[in-house]
Design a binder for this molecule. Structure first.
Ligand code: GDP
Ligand code: CA
Length: 326
């Protein structure tokens, strides 16, 4: 069994921990393999370093070295280098990088400058641990999310890099649109289109639909691969009972005119039969009332518990997604 997952950062990581748990369960085919296609549109250059937040979040979580209380970075990390950079006014005072994070970014940047493709860099960084998931960056090209603002910032800027909008302004500045700048000339990483084509099932993690899943779909060739794969494509709602569970995805959905509901996100992706992506969609039991409407619109749906509280609980929702696919 080959499973391919489209994933952002924290939601993607939690889902992959559950998928790995599910695959390790004795009842599942031991030859099963798990591939994640990870969002790279949050990436940026900072202090001369290439930073890849979603790839790092997933790598650290699968390695078991993530800081679960802060929700980002490595457990037990220090901020010595960050303090020195701040004293020189280098980088962003509101974007903290731990020392171990900076070490990973130095290694990444060194390899990228030698011409090593990002997919290979990700493999080298992850090789220190037993991740149990093959991580593929959606693209190795620089294609980053730019947020267009309804009102300029106090210093007169009408657009911000996604990280500044998200981390500095906590998504509180109303946005009018999200642009993945450079996506039109970007290429999927080696292995991405094959992972979609050769999968037995493709799952959309309950990641942010606008700024995690959306930018993956913006890389030319990926949406087409999803539309044409023989594998069923099943998504998991990031919205439970009209709210975002964690984070600020509602600000992103509102900006593009989509309601913060489990069924509105499904309709955003659309039924594959009607030109969209989905062969199935899982909603939480709290949203069971939207199932019939989705089915009527050609999106087979089921209601199961969608709280990813720990890997074994999440494994049950992965099991439901695979069951819906078959
Ligand atoms: P980011 O890149 O770190 O922002 O993370 P992702 O885009 O991968 O995931 C963020 C999304 O995960 C949020 O919009 C949440 O709605 C969703 N999410 C987080 N925890 C849960 C959970 O336990 N269950 C479900 N269904 N969704 C969740
Ligand atoms: Ca992210």
């Amino acid at each position: 069994m080959k499973i391919t997952v489209l994933a952002g950062g924290v939601g993607g990581a939690r889902f992959l921990l559950g998928a790995r748990h599910w695959l390790r369960d004795a009842s599942v085919d031991p030859a099963a393999d798990l591939t994640a296609i990870v969002n790279t549109a949050d990436d940026l250059w900072l202090a001369g370093l290439r930073i890849t937040p979603d790839l790092d979040t997933i790598t650290y979580a699968l390695a078991g070295v993530n800081d679960t209380s802060r929700g980002w970075g490595r457990a037990g990390d220090s901020e010595v280098v960050n303090g020195e950079l701040a004293a020189w006014g280098v980088a962003w005072p509101w974007f903290t990088l731990g020392d171990l994070d900076i070490a990973a970014s130095v290694a990444r940047t060194a390899w990228l400058r030698e011409g090593v493709p990002l997919a290979e860099v990700v493999a080298r960084l992850g090789a220190r641990w037993e991740l149990g998931v093959r991580l593929l960056p959606a693209t190795g090209d620089e294609a980053e999310t730019i947020v267009h603002l309804a009102q300029p910032t106090d210093d007169g800027r009408g657009e911000l890099h996604f990280q500044e909008w998200w981390v500095r302004y906590r998504a509180a500045l109303p946005a009018t649109s999200f642009e993945v700048r450079g996506a039109e000339v970007a290429h999927p990483s080696d292995g991405v289109l094959e992972a979609i084509r050769d999968a037995d099932v493709v799952l959309l993690a309950p990641s942010n639909p606008v700024v995690s899943i959306g930018p993956i779909l913006a890389i030319p060739g990926i949406r087409e691969a999803l539309r044409s794969t023989a594998a069923p494509v099943v998504g998991v709602s990031p919205i439970i009972a009209g709210s975002v569970v964690r984070g600020m995805a509602d600000a992103c959905l509102t900006a593009i005119g989509v309601a913060t509901t489990a069924d509105a996100v499904a309709r955003l992706h659309g039924s594959r039969a009607a030109g969209g992506l989905l062969d199935g969609w899982l909603v939480d039991t709290a949203d069971a009332d939207v199932v019939d409407g989705l089915v009527a619109d050609g999106i087979p749906a089921r209601a199961v518990p969608l709280w990813m509280t720990d890997p074994s609980t999440t494994a049950q929702l992965v099991d439901a997604a695979v069951a819906l696919a078959s």
